[in-house]
Every structure is written in C-alpha cells, then in structure tokens.
Ligand binder design. Structure first.
Ligand SMILES: [Zn+2]
Length: 109
C-alpha cells in the first residue's frame, strides 16, 4: 500500500506551454518568441539517399521558410529511389504536422 503525498500529486504550475519560449532564434538570432520544432528534408538519388534535419528553437519566420524549403524539396526529388519512395511521404507528413503545431502556437501569442 502506498501513501499519496499531496505535494507530489499536484502538477507543477506553468505560465506557458512547455515548448513556448521567448529566446533567440537559433537560425536568425533574433530575440523573438520561438518554438522548439523539427523539419526534415529527404533527397532520393536512385541508389543512395540524403537526409537533412533542422531541430531547435525557431521563430515564426524561420519555421515558415524552413518548412517550405524542406517540404517542397522532398516533394520534388525526395521520392526518387526505392526506399526513398516510402520515406519521403513520411517526412512530408511529419513536416506538415510540425508546421501546423507551430502555427497554432504562434497564433496564440
Ligand atoms: Zn528565426
């Protein structure tokens, strides 16, 4: 039998969501609201493939720029190759999910 300590049962109080920050953007270095997010780019080259990933605290402008650059690149040449044909759609879907989450976060600021 375990005893319940009321101090342990209460979740810690937070002023903002855990991923919300007002810090320096890791790409443009501006001190603006940021969100910790991740975008991936995939390049299929028939027999080889290349991936690129940006993960960190990004501002709204950088989120938008990186999302479109990485996602369009993956849509255009990410699927060229046997494994790439299956990997690229996953990267595109993950990028869209992270972009929507980021936009939702920035719209509430
Ligand atoms: Zn930025």
């Amino acid at each position: 039998m375990t005893s319940l300590n009321p101090a342990q049962a209460t979740p810690p109080f937070r002023m903002s969501p855990p991923d919300a920050r007002d810090s320096d953007c890791q790409l443009c270095r501006r001190h603006v609201p940021t969100i910790h997010t991740c975008f991936r780019q995939h390049t299929g080259a028939i027999v080889v493939r290349f991936t690129k990933k940006i993960e960190g605290d990004l501002c709204q402008d950088c989120v938008k720029r990186v999302f479109w650059r990485f996602t369009l690149h993956t849509l255009l040449i990410g699927w060229l190759g046997f494994l790439s044909f299956f990997i690229a759609p996953g990267f595109v879907i993950a990028n869209i999910v992270n972009y929507v989450k980021s936009n939702k976060h920035f719209s509430h600021l």
